[in-house]
Design a protein around this ligand. Structure first.
Ligand code: S3P
Length: 450
């Protein structure tokens, strides 16, 4: 069911063109971290451009329950933090809704505090593995007072009087696990070190340095990163401007590529190198994407994008690109459906533990809409057809996964037969007003009133 307890079907019918300009909401990863570190730092943090999706709003509620003061000032959010190490015990279980990032990062943060905290979420979040965060926390001395089978929510953590610093090599490519250990290290004496073989999104490292933490990153000749944080330092409130989320921009970008006659502008898109795998892949497929006005803002790379309808060809997406586009595979599958030839996703097993089993959800969504694909344990092959306007007509099951809902809404924009989506409401977790914004560009999304 949806966060509000019921499904709200959405139908996507053919669009004439996807044109104009879209202001894509703030980056979800940066928004979660801004709220969290703002609530932890001493002094005031002012955040502009915060994503006001349900996932981030839940993080804001949680940091307030832990002692921070969270206020709105016009369009900005102003947070007065407690000071590093000074969070207070929550009075009630902390509800993260659908948000894996919020839940796992706060587990790291709170795992070092000597009070119990209970983590709960919706059906999707409650089915996702938390052991990947609980394992390093246990090494630091955190007790897991309660967990459901397989390290699932509800989970209750209790930190020791003082956590022990660890050196931890993250066993899977996961920015959430890396971040959880670093956040636990913030309230731990000595140096906490995380080693990552695959370079995942680095917003936690960048933002911790921005807030004044003593954090260093060394990269060896094989690209292995060693991230060391000196614990118990002071964090100071910052002014933050959140750039537009490339993972949300992915949906209008692919829509403009596959709907004939489209010409779309997307200003201020985050172009952090750990996040642009989709853009690189689409360019290799022959996409007409112009990247202009490249600049730095708050330590992050930003650019404006112009996207026009394109003739695409299938590609083999290299396995070493997976981390930099992990959330973009569902919509890339839709682009691949309209490409000439086959597209192969390799080494994408992590997709099975996202908000849904995304490999299976994408494969079923393609099949039910007449698109040929083959699914392996950790790979997916899509057999494209540039003349795929006869696709569509199917109903896609979203399994409480916002990105499945948006990806298949994009499919419907380019087909003569409408695509039905069993629930559009879940999109509000990451992309508020998605139907309205897309319809403003020429899409034809109808959301059934509740
Ligand atoms: C995120 C990390 C990724 C990504 C998620 C956001 C983050 O998850 O899929 O949407 O903000 O750290 P993993 O770390 O599990 O790969």
């Amino acid at each position: 069911m949806s966060p509000h307890g019921h499904l709200q079907p959405m139908i996507s019918s053919q669009a004439s063109a996807i044109s104009g300009e879209i202001v894509v909401p703030g980056d979800k990863s940066i928004s979660h971290r801004s709220v969290m570190l703002g609530g932890l730092a001493s002094g005031t943090t002012r955040i502009e451009g915060l994503l006001e999706g349900e996932d981030v709003l839940n993080s804001a509620k949680v940091i307030a329950a832990l002692g921070a003061k969270v206020e709105r000032d016009g369009a900005a959010w102003v947070i007065s933090g407690t000071g590093n190490g000074a969070l207070i015990a929550p009075a009630e279980p902390l509800d993260f809704g659908n948000a894996g990032t919020g839940c796992r990062l706060f587990m790291g943060l709170l795992g070092s505090y000597n009070f119990p905290s209970t983590f709960i979420g919706d059906d999707s979040l409650s089915s996702r593995p938390m052991g990947r965060v609980l394992d390093p926390l246990r090494l630091m001395g955190t007790q897991v007072l309660n967990e459901e089978e397989g390290g699932r929510l509800p989970v209750t953590l209790q930190g020791p009087r003082q956590t022990a610093p660890i050196e931890y090599e993250v066993p899977m490519p996961s920015a959430q696990v890396k971040s959880a250990v670093l956040l636990a290290g913030l309230n731990t004496p000595g140096i906490t070190t995380v080693i990552e073989r695959v370079h995942t999104r680095d917003h936690t490292e960048k933002m911790l340095i921005g807030f004044g933490a003593d954090l260093t990153v060394e990269t060896d000749q094989d690209g292995v990163r060693r991230i060391s944080l000196v614990g118990q330092g002071e964090l100071k409130g910052q002014d933050i401007l959140v750039p537009a989320d490339p993972s949300s921009a992915a949906f209008p970008i692919v829509a403009a590529l596959i709907v004939p006659g489209s010409d779309l502008l997307l200003p201020n898109i985050l172009m952090n190198p750990t996040r642009i795998g989709l853009i690189i892949t689409l360019l290799e497929m022959g996409a007409n994407i112009e990247i202009t006005n490249e600049r730095l803002s708050g330590g992050e790379n930003i650019a404006d994008l112009r996207v026009r309808s394109s003739t695409l060809k299938g590609v083999k997406v290299p396995a070493n690109r997976t981390a930099s586009m992990i959330d973009e595979y569902p919509v890339l599958a839709v682009a691949a459906a309209f490409a000439q030839g086959e597209t192969l996703f390799q080494d994408v097993g992590e997709l099975r533990v996202k908000e849904s089993d995304r490999l299976a959800a994408v494969a079923r969504g393609l099949e039910v809409n007449g698109i040929a694909c083959e699914e392996g344990d950790d790979w997916l092959k899509i057999i494209g057809d540039p003349d795929g306007k006869n696709y569509g007509g199917g109903t896609v099951v979203t399994h409480l996964d916002h990105r499945i809902a948006m990806a298949f809404s994009v499919l419907g924009m380019a087909c003569e037969n409408p695509v039905s989506i069993d629930d559009g409401q879940i999109i509000g977790t990451s992309f508020p007003n998605y139907p309205e914004l897309m319809n403003g560009l020429g899409a034809n999304l109808a959301v059934k009133p509740l």
